[in-house]
Design a protein around this ligand. Sequence first.
Ligand SMILES: Cc1cc2nc3c(=O)[nH]c(=O)nc-3n(C[C@H](O)[C@H](O)[C@H](O)COP(=O)(O)OP(=O)(O)OC[C@H]3O[C@@H](n4cnc5c(N)ncnc54)[C@H](O)[C@@H]3O)c2cc1C
Length: 276
Amino acid sequence: MKNPYLPLLATVQNVKTETYDTTTFTLLLDDEEERREFSHRPGQFMEVSVFGTGEAPFCISSSSHGRDTLDITVRKIGRVTSALHSLGEGDKVGIRGPLGNWFPFEEVEGKHMLFVVGGLGLAPLRPQIQDAYRERDRFASIKVLYGARTPQDLVYGDELEEWQQADGMECLLTVDAATDGWTGNVGVVGTLLEKVALDVPETIAFVCGPPIMIRFVVRDLVGLGFGEDAIVTSLERHMRCGIGKCNHCMIGDKYVCLDGPVFTYRQMKAMMEFEE
Ligand SMILES: Cc1cc2nc3c(=O)[nH]c(=O)nc-3n(C[C@H](O)[C@H](O)[C@H](O)COP(=O)(O)OP(=O)(O)OC[C@H]3O[C@@H](n4cnc5c(N)ncnc54)[C@H](O)[C@@H]3O)c2cc1C
């Protein structure tokens, strides 16, 4: 069995600036056998280490389909994320993973897929949207409602344009505050729910974003009649080891790193009540 504490060595293949504080790094595992064995699903994360600085968890923001590289999309907020932002092509990082559970996919076959996303919450959902779109015949419909604070905070700009023009997918954008040149919707992401036709009993909602956004969107969805098992989210609780040893990410009796990070609203509610 592999040592879960031992990072695999990877090389930065590409660095893409998404916004003023957020960058996507494309990583390639150095060892060919490790590359073949590394199999991940949308929603999973990995611990990424910058040598001499430390490690931090990041969701894998790319689909595994047809590629052997791994994307992480990183907002610069502190020590490890700043060190990551200083890396360039050819630099080395360590990877432990893939870790955690994943978003339901086969389980929701035939259903409408509704993605309600805020800011960097698009990072964990991007591979799920990519996979759903590639296999769109398996789902009744795919709708992406994406909001950010300002137009400058929208990540994956090129892909958003593609999604907006794609056949078989609806993609609506909004910003909390418009800046010069923005002609689209203004308002929090929940306001986009009024702009799409929803077959609520047949829809699974995937909700990711800042905690306050999740709280309001879940309230809106429950108000529209969504059941507690039809709302799925990913929690980004403070985490250290990623393998259920250090207790940093515990909520009630659950480890976000092992039992999650993907939870239904029903599970989340039970955990929060447990913690009170
Ligand atoms: C499962 C999971 C997936 C994640 N995916 C992503 C991702 O795709 N992209 C991304 O940019 N970030 C992601 N994060 C958050 C990321 O791990 C933190 O931003 C990172 O650990 C910060 O490390 P740092 O050393 O730069 O900051 P530090 O120097 O440790 O902290 C700087 C400040 O940020 C606060 N902080 C640190 N981590 C968190 C957190 N998780 N929640 C709230 N506040 C925090 C600290 O309290 C401190 O105030 C994820 C976290 C988890 C648990």
